[in-house]
Design a protein. Sequence first.
Lengths: 111, 114
Amino acid sequence: SQQGEEDPQALSIQEGENATMNCSYKTSINNLQWYRQNSGRGLVHLILIRSNEREKHSGRLRVTLDTSKKSSSLLITASRAADTASYFCATDAGSARQLTFGSGTQLTVLP
Amino acid sequence: DGGITQSPKYLFRKEGQNVTLSCEQNLNHDAMYWYRQDPGQGLRLIYYSQIVNDFQKGDIAEGYSVSREKKESFPLTVTSAQKNPTAFYLCASTSNRGRDEKLFFGSGTQLSVL
């Protein structure tokens, strides 16, 4: 079943601006992960944040996690046209290491 | 180069036909997964396998079958019982040896019905 829900469904920004995507989920988690998918391709892992962490950085990416609100956000700073892709959050809550994916945010960065 | 290879890239199925999607990995990963992705939607889990000769149904296993005879290979068969098979199919793997595992994905197979 779908647990993560991303918001917004689509986001269009100008190059150089920051992009923020949000993810909400329903049950307790071990960790939350963000993935990127270019059109017609497989997903690529971006960043993982554990349930006992509140913020994590990787290059131009910043992820926050609020377990009390069951939500996470992904911030991409100084966006580039090459950042155009769909971004998915995925929650790890099961013992079988199944990840449950949300429906994604389609980000378009205009040059 | 280590990675996951899916083939074919595009596949067409006729009415009543079974088709098999290939997934091979050389990452020495124990766990492998099959997901289905419909346009504009997220991924739904079809089947997964944590070890050779063992696999479990995911959320939408009806109309699909898998095998795991080798660690490197996890083929997915879309049977004639799957009435709406048109979708993008993604295979993934992970090492299954610790917490906080991330998935490595293949490049996908687009299946369409003729």
